[in-house]
Design a protein. Structure first.
Length: 558
């Protein structure tokens, strides 16, 4: 007789004709009793390639134990991860964004093939998290996401350091601003152990977004990786997934348009990464929610920027956890009428119900500002349009003293070209660096520009130049930067027509980015533009380049 909880796994285990299937499952530890329980997939992104994920095998076993306590039959399986930090600045970063699609596809493949009744996924580095959520939305079985947790800060000569510290130290050392000993000290202490990059960079941005979306347990987005509470969260998630199966709560019931607006609100309040735009667009697509760049602009304009967090503030995620975490922020936003409290979550309760027992921020803390004294009076990012980005672009406003920049362009057809010019002191103050053919198709893979932007800051040029690209930025990037320019250069977007010396105007207040060249000249250049030739002809990147959409759609595959 089919168990009422085995909505899908009965196809694998029930009946005489499934005796061979059961024989295989017995070999990996299943018993007669297990065949009566719902089968739960535990998707682990464990790997030794990055500190973000190096501990997730331990967390997966905690989830497995929790599933058993809850009354389910768990199976751990793995998917890939790449390290954004290690891939930065060279060819390897081309695989970062595409890895999101492999993660989503591989989780879908295993969960569908094994007929799981429920899914718990554990992610660490930047692309794990949206990849896991994309799969959850696509297969739409009861699901919970668990964040592997943030890294703790390191220390060098009495100062706290993190991964962005060493990226910026490259520019400082090149400019003669720090000694070789200090350079080595920062390198050796920036990453003291397991966990994802510590500031409000992409990993912590996405974990916060996913919690506020309702797809992870309250507080789990803030907890440091090495804290014992992280293991407890994993065990609770394992128990809770069985409850979700009993209640028949699926991702599409949670991941609604209002839930995505909640996630965007929290990202804006924290001063999160521009990568959240790409990832939330992609996640929304999987659950058939129409989310656009206009939604980000609309929410940003009404959300106070409160997070005193790196890269534009002074604190890291572990500090936010100590004063109350993401739930305390969400409570503050809910009380101000900025969150949709009626949205369902993986607890089986609404956002409002979850936040009833949450304490306010600890008194005297300055990790999160008050509404009457926000961190900044402008949002952390803005969506730009104009003749240089007719389908949109994103500018990062965190930490800027001004929102306007105008200057002559210095054009580079790759990140390497720009970095070489920067290290050789060929970048002129007052100029706009244009890095193109780094979009989803052109890269291919839409590389992050953290190596370049950090070197710019390290060399003290952060206020003297602007940088625009059809590529993207790390959550650790700050300075006057514009990314995600669409259409990208590879498909003949206007950024492909820019020449050295052209005046470019960036006006964040007016939400405009303009190439100050006559329309007649632009049409002439377009007519003479040579067709783009992809740098790869075989393998995953070649297939990715053929299938990927523009950044304005989340760089999804169609």
């Amino acid at each position: 007789m089919k168990s009422y909880l085995k909505f899908r796994s009965y196809l694998t285990t029930e009946g005489n004709e499934r005796a061979p299937n059961r024989a295989m499952l017995r070999a990996v530890g299943f018993t007669d009793l297990d065949f009566k329980k719902p089968m739960i997939g535990v998707a682990s992104t464990w790997a030794e390639v990055t500190p973000c994920n190096s501990h997730i095998d331990v967390l997966a076993r905690e989830v497995k134990q929790g599933v058993k306590i809850g009354g389910g039959a768990p199976q751990i399986f793995n998917t890939i991860t790449v390290s954004d930090g290690i891939g930065m600045g060279h060819w390897g970063m081309k695989y970062s964004l595409p890895s999101r699609e492999i993660i989503a596809d591989s989780i879908e493949t295993v969960a569908k093939a094994q007929n799981y009744d429920g899914l718990v996924a554990i992610g660490g580095c930047d692309k794990n998290q949206p990849g896991c959520l994309m799969a959850m939305g696509r297969i739409n079985i009861p699901s919970i996401f668990v964040y592997g947790g943030t890294i703790l800060p390191g220390e060098c000569h009495g100062k706290k350091v993190d991964i962005v510290s060493i990226f910026e130290a490259v520019g400082k050392y090149n400019a003669g601003k720090i000694s070789k000993d200090e350079f080595k000290c920062i390198e050796c202490n920036a990453c003291p152990g397991p966990g994802a990059c510590g500031g409000m960079y992409t990993a912590n941005t996405m974990s916060s977004a996913i919690e506020s979306l309702g797809m992870s347990l309250p507080q789990s987005s803030s907890t440091p990786a090495v804290y014992p509470e992280k293991k407890e969260e994993c065990k609770k998630a394992g128990e809770q997934i069985v409850t979700l199966i009993k209640k028949k709560i699926t991702p599409k019931m949670i991941m609604t348009k209002k839930a995505f607006e909640n996630a965007i609100t929290v990202v804006m309040a924290l001063g999160g990464s521009t990568n959240a735009v790409l990832h939330l667009l992609a996640m929304a697509h999987e659950v058939d929610i129409k989310l656009t760049l206009d939604d980000f602009q609309r929410v940003a304009l009404k959300t106070p920027y409160l997070g005193n967090l790196k890269p534009s503030g002074k604190y890291v995620m572990a500090d936010l956890y100590k004063v109350g975490g993401v739930p305390a922020l969400m409570k503050q936003l809910l009380q101000a009428g900025l969150l949709h409290g009626e949205c369902l979550t993986v607890t089986g309760k609404t956002i409002k119900e979850n936040l009833k027992a949450v304490s306010d921020f600890k008194k005297g803390q300055d990790v999160i500002s008050s509404f009457d004294n926000p961190m900044y009076t402008h949002p952390p990012m803005a969506i730009l349009n104009g003749n240089l980005a007719p389908r949109g672009a994103i500018t990062k406003l965190t930490g800027l003293k001004y929102s306007y920049f105008k200057g002559p362009s210095q054009v580079f057809n790759s990140e390497e070209e720009a970095m070489d010019a920067l290290m050789k002191n060929k970048i002129k103050k007052g100029s706009v660096l244009v890095i193109r053919y780094e979009g989803p198709k052109g890269g291919p893979g839409m590389r992050e520009m953290l190596s370049v932007t950090s070197a710019v800051m390290g060399k003290g040029l952060g206020e003297d130049i602007a940088l625009i690209t059809d590529g993207r930025f790390s959550g650790g990037t700050h300075g006057h930067v514009v990314g995600h320019i669409a259409p990208e250069a590879a498909v003949g977007g206007p950024i492909s027509l820019v020449k050295d010396g052209d005046e470019i105007e960036i006006d964040a207040e007016k939400k405009k980015i303009s190439l100050l060249v006559s329309e007649r000249e632009i049409l002439k250049r377009k007519k003479n533009l040579k067709s783009f030739k992809l740098s790869v002809s075989k393998g995953w990147l070649a297939r990715y380049a053929k299938l990927v959409t523009g950044a304005e759609k989340g760089a999804i595959l169609v």
